[in-house]
Design a protein around this ligand. Structure first.
Ligand SMILES: *Cc1c(COP(=O)(O)O)cnc(C)c1O
Length: 372
């Protein structure tokens, strides 16, 4: 039994340490706070995670997706294939550029797009495929990239949860026409708020730099219509400190996940699987519970174990997607998405967990019993 008079273990624990604070203060005192040398240095540092691809920093992961779709010329009349089992931002970016979302089902193990479902969803209007590397597990890029090549489609990787994840040695964000990362506080590294786009194409990188800054390279010599999605130098300075720690944190997440998977033995609980050749960086450690999930979550909470469902409602069932689809008589057949949404629960796996925290998590999960 776990005693409930211990401190609860939070599901996530964003780090804002002395180094982050000092970096932010240093930039504030410098007076140079908007997209300047810190942003350039952050972009250069981050590019090491994506095989030296061009990196363009913006103010959020959602902005990163939005601008990447714009830079690739995706807009009205185009369709983009997206998993419904993701955070709404993935599909929202497609709708924000005026393109249509086509949902495809996921693989039950990786939670990423099912390549066969992707191929079946392709129409003459398809412009791009957006694999999401959910929970930090890479999508099946080894199968999705050849499908995209065969049909001449752009691949936009939503790597917002997957900093430094990889498949067969290639890091996410280095497969497609471009990849996007989020630096929201609960992600594996943060910049307070922020995002990064990686691309192998210099022309796309230049377009992205224009788009984030009103279409200007030279001040007041606007070349295209753009937005203001700049990152501040304060955010970049915090991001650089976090980037320097990401490697160690990621190793700790992988070790924590290894401990949980080894020791969780409860029936009706399925621990995460890792595809062959995949480097899962455990943004989330997500189990499946067959049985009464609500009761299981209540018991975990009672035992002081943070837990959460990402995501209880698949995107196609959210109002801005569901209502137009109902009007148009469009029904998506997404059985694995529906099943995952009903069964998943994420447990704490963050690098601040102590050995006794891990023991408490295991004890609470193994206490759930057979009759859920
Ligand atoms: C967090 C996240 C985003 C959006 O990133 P923000 O920085 O919050 O805008 C997009 N896609 C996925 C899968 C995410 O988890």
């Amino acid at each position: 039994m776990t005693s409930s008079n211990q401190q609860p273990i939070p599901a996530a624990r964003p780090v804002i340490g002395e180094e982050e604070i000092e970096a932010a203060v240093r930039v504030l005192r410098s007076g140079r706070v908007v997209q300047g040398p810190e942003v350039a240095a952050f972009e250069e540092g981050f590019s090491e995670l994506v095989e030296g691809r061009h990196c363009v920093a913006v103010n959020s992961g959602t902005s990163a997706l939005h601008l990447l779709l714009l830079a690739l010329g995706i807009g009205p009349g185009d369709e983009v294939i997206v998993p419904s089992f993701s955070f709404a931002a993935s599909a929202n970016a497609v709708r924000l550029v005026g393109a249509d979302v086509v949902f495809a089902d996921i693989e039950p193990g990786s939670y990423g797009l099912d390549p066969a479902a992707v191929e079946a969803a392709i129409t003459p209007r398809t412009a791009a495929i957006m694999p999401v590397h959910l929970y930090g597990h890479p999508a099946a890029m080894d199968k999705i990239m050849p499908i995209a090549a065969k049909h001449k489609l752009a691949v936009v990787e939503d790597a917002c949860q997957a900093h430094a994840a990889a498949l067969n040695g290639t890091p996410v964000g280095a497969f497609g026409a471009g990849g996007t990362f989020s630096f929201y506080p609960t992600k594996n590294m943060h910049s307070l708020e922020g995002g990064m786009i990686s691309t192998g194409d210099a022309e796309t990188a230049r377009t992205l730099r224009l788009l984030r800054n009103q279409g200007m390279e030279q001040r007041y010599a606007n070349e295209i219509v753009g937005a203001n999605m700049r990152m501040t130098d304060v955010a970049a300075a915090v991001g650089r400190v976090q980037l320097s720690k990401l490697g160690g944190w990621t190793e700790q997440r992988i070790a924590n996940a290894g401990y949980l998977t080894e020791h969780i033995t409860a029936p009706n609980v399925q621990t995460p699987t890792v595809a062959e050749g995949a480097r899962h960086i455990y943004h989330q450690y997500t189990i499946r519970i067959t049985g009464d999930r609500d009761a299981a979550m209540a018991k975990l909470t009672e035992a002081g174990i943070g837990n959460a469902v990402y995501y209880p409602t698949p995107i196609h069932r959210l109002k801005p997607y569901w209502e137009p689809d109902q009007k148009a008589g469009r029904n998506w057949d997404l059985p694995e998405t529906e099943r995952a949404a009903a069964e998943v629960v994420s447990l704490p796996v963050h690098p601040s967990l102590a050995a006794e925290d891990l023991e408490r998590i295991v004890a609470a999960v193994n206490d759930l019993g057979e009759n859920l």
